[in-house]
Design a protein around this ligand. Sequence first.
Ligand code: UDP
Length: 475
Amino acid sequence: MDHQTSITPPVLIFPLPLQSTINSNLQLAELLCLAGLRVTFLNTNHNQQRLVGNSNVESRFKQYPGFRFLTLSDGLPDDHPRSVEQFGDILSSLQTMAEPLLKQMLSALVKEPVTCVILDGLFYYGVDIGNEMGVPVITFDTISPSCFWIYLSLPKLIEAGVLPFKGNDLDALVTHLPAMEGLLRRRDLPHFCLLDYKTDQNSQAVFKEIERLPKAHGLILNSFEDLDGPFLSSVRSYFPKTYAIGPLPLNLKSRLAAKATPLLSSSNSLWEEDHTSIKWLNAQSNGSVIYVSFGSLLVVSRDEMMEFWHGLMNSKVKFLWVMRPNMLKGDVSRDQFMKELVEGSKGIGYIVSWAPQKMVLAHPSVGGFLTHSGWNSTLESIIEGKPMICWPQYVDQRVTSRLVNEFWKIGLDMKDICDRFVVEKMVKDLMETKKDEYKKSVEKLSKLAKLSVQEGGLSYSNLDCLINDIKGLTR
Ligand code: UDP
């Protein structure tokens, strides 16, 4: 089905070059196309090749005549590993390529101007360029609202002398954090708060992002009021024009259904999805399997993998585990290691390189999720009403895992521990002993998430407000 498209200039969407951000920005792009807006999606050549090769994105977006992809080089050689450890380098290399392109695209002299730009907050320089050229820039921050609120509070934490931390007690509670008093320990803050954030490249980008926010036209966050109400209110007290339009996969599903558009399987994967995982799940009993995945970026040492593997095997709970091709830290032969794990797991566990995660979490055989607490994974798990065990590392993961455990009470937080006995105990607790308790709370949130994207729900109306705001810019 072809959708009606306005003749106004397109919205330019520019996501961070990561699986999770490409995913959420494509969901947003589809929502804008459904509302009749035109969208130009700026992706790096490297990720575009992977996206087109592994997902059904091209056929899905063909139904929107106003949508097009545009690519740019990230400035790195083809064989660069682009791993999370080099994230700062990736960002600065991309900046040298993106700055001149954005200036050119936003110039008043081009044949096809853009209505506005939606970009990741870490591309803070885009806000400056937009202001210079008179083009509104909306920041889309794909991290959790709670973490975003911590970002906004960083200057006050420094002013109050909370940061940098004095002493080594990581269990000390963090003060001077409105809406979170008594909730977070030092170890629950974004990882760079524990580093020398004055010299760390990634933290510097965060400071520049929050400095630029007041100059942005609006802010989009991927969450819903019933989940993140206090943190969203706090963000709005600082920056009122904040649109909480999540969970995006649900909002998209609901808008597609309203337009009677066939819901094509919405894969935005950069890796090939292994659908034998679904076949394997079909053969398992209801709620019996724990799904294990640490997202698209995390690298894990062989020793850590072995702790998880022993813990899972000893729990005797069946597991489906994603081990990405680029997931092993150090100089370990992945093929040999995988071969041994696959052999050793027979009868209990099934291991794949990349799974159709949304389908996996929706599968009735899956009873829980052992996750790194990436924001997309967390929302996807909540949507499907699956409780979680969290093993967080970076950025918002550390905050989210604390909220999972202590605030929403929908799972357990392993935090900085990686030990087979803890893994075994937590898996048994989540899947057996404390199963009903966690299931009840996460199913309640799942229902609220579904209501929020229906007509009358806040994520539904927030999305309408965002769309009207963008349409108003074109008049
Ligand atoms: N994902 C997937 N298959 C996998 C593992 C992950 O499709 O085997 C998707 C998952 O559904 C989510 C994204 O990859 O949408 C990971 O994003 P998240 O924010 O959870 O973590 P990140 O990868 O940014 O650390």
